[in-house]
Design a protein around this ligand. Structure first.
Ligand SMILES: Nc1ncnc2c1ncn2[C@@H]1O[C@H](COP(=O)(O)OP(=O)(O)OP(=O)(O)O)[C@@H](O)[C@H]1O
Length: 367
């Protein structure tokens, strides 16, 4: 479950330079320059058996996550996603097995030190209602003994990072923000001390579909800049293919059914379990990973002058939606300057999809 009883202070994070011993006060530009990149996380035969349970919830789970990778754990309810994630910051202790971060066994790290390396974002957000947004974000830097000036600087930087205007939001209280805005603050707070690792447990799960999509897009853009190592738990396979560099599809007791890129999983599900999990919308989901720009397109003249249009940087999923809503006829493709540059038809889309799947299957076969 994604319930978290721990107070937000466990979502502590660290800046290696930022210790209570008193590091020099960096400027905002230097903070950005020093930003920690992700760490390598290795699970080696990690198991967890809760007392009173007949079977272990997590059973000999082994996985290597490289620095800066965005890994999504997806699987049915109760398969052990959250338990596995919470063992990384030692909210839950494994029964056996080893987890290392950058080569260090996490049991050899002081718990507080460990948690300062790890940002933690959960669905319930856990903002303190009696603290302003700025105070909420400042919790961990304060614990780390940062100067007032440095904290204030970091709060502004983080609010800008998550696209909330500091002058407008810093002094508000959580209840004065929408659910999506609160979730952005949750992300900002987890990033406060620049941790190399982020654990995210269904962070966007409680938001409506439109807000959720927006938060996903924003977070992807953010990750392309900050390059943390992320473990993200979700029930939602669509969310997994949109966000993950790689997806871990889990079966009962965290059995890894497939660990691969979204495109490979869609093109070549490892077994029936995965195929079933992906569901019948497989090809449609695949289209969301392909771009109009990389597709063989028709001439501008193939589309009617008043046809609908799609941007050259859109996905084939968007293009298909536009084609279908335009009665199935070819539509215009617009370049960066919004000028017609080509057309796209259902046949162009189908051809690209077929070629892509064939190429991936061949690649799989060669491996
Ligand atoms: N504190 C606990 N004590 C006993 N059993 C637990 C405890 N926490 C979880 N479990 C059990 O361990 C298994 C894995 O739970 P976990 O929350 O890790 O699954 P999950 O995949 O994250 O599920 P969900 O998607 O529903 O959040 C489940 O069978 C659950 O009932």
């Amino acid at each position: 479950m994604s319930n978290v009883s721990s107070p937000p202070t466990v979502s502590a994070q660290s800046n290696p330079q930022a210790t209570a011993e008193g590091a020099p006060v960096p400027t905002r530009a230097s903070l950005r320059k020093e930003a920690s990149v992700g760490a390598r996380i290795v699970f080696d035969k990690v198991s967890k058996k809760y007392s009173g349970q007949a079977e272990s919830a997590v059973n000999e789970f082994s996985l290597v996550i490289e620095p800066g990778e965005f890994i999504v754990f997806v699987g049915p309810s109760g398969c052990g996603k959250t338990t596995t994630m919470k063992m990384v910051n030692r909210i839950i202790e494994p029964t056996s097995g080893i987890i290392t971060i950058d080569g260090t066994d996490i049991r050899d790290l002081d718990e507080n030190k460990l948690r300062r390396k790890i940002g933690y974002v959960i669905q319930q957000i856990g903002l303190f209602p009696h603290m302003t947004i700025a105070e909420n974000i400042a919790i961990v830097p304060k614990l780390l003994g940062w100067s007032k000036e440095r904290i204030a600087d970091r709060v502004v930087e983080l609010l800008e990072l998550v696209e909330l205007d500091p002058t407008e939001y810093a002094k508000r209280y959580p209840k004065e923000l929408s659910g999506g805005q609160q979730q952005r603050v949750g992300v900002a707070r987890a990033l406060a001390a620049d941790p190399p690792v982020m654990l995210m447990d269904e962070p966007f799960g409680a938001t409506d579909p439109i807000t959720r999509e927006k938060l996903q897009d924003e977070f992807l853009a953010l990750q392309s800049r900050i390059k943390k190592t992320i473990i993200f738990v979700t029930h939602d396979f669509e969310e997994a293919i949109k966000l993950g560099d790689k997806i871990v599809i889990l079966g009962p007791r965290t059995n890894i059914e497939q660990f691969d890129t979204p495109a490979h999983i869609l093109a070549a599900p490892a077994n029936d379990y995965v195929a079933e999990f992906i569901g019948s919308g497989l090809n449609l989901k695949h289209l969301a990973l392909l771009e109009v720009a990389d597709t063989e397109l028709g001439p501008v003249g193939a589309a009617a002058k008043d046809a609908a249009s799609v941007g050259i940087d859109a996905t084939l999923r968007d293009a298909l939606d536009a084609v279908i809503s335009g009665d199935g006829l070819p539509i215009l493709v617009l370049d960066e300057n919004e000028q017609p540059t080509a057309s796209i038809s259902i046949e162009d889309i189908a051809k690209r999809l077929g070629a892509e799947i064939e190429a991936m299957e061949t690649e799989e076969g060669v491996k």
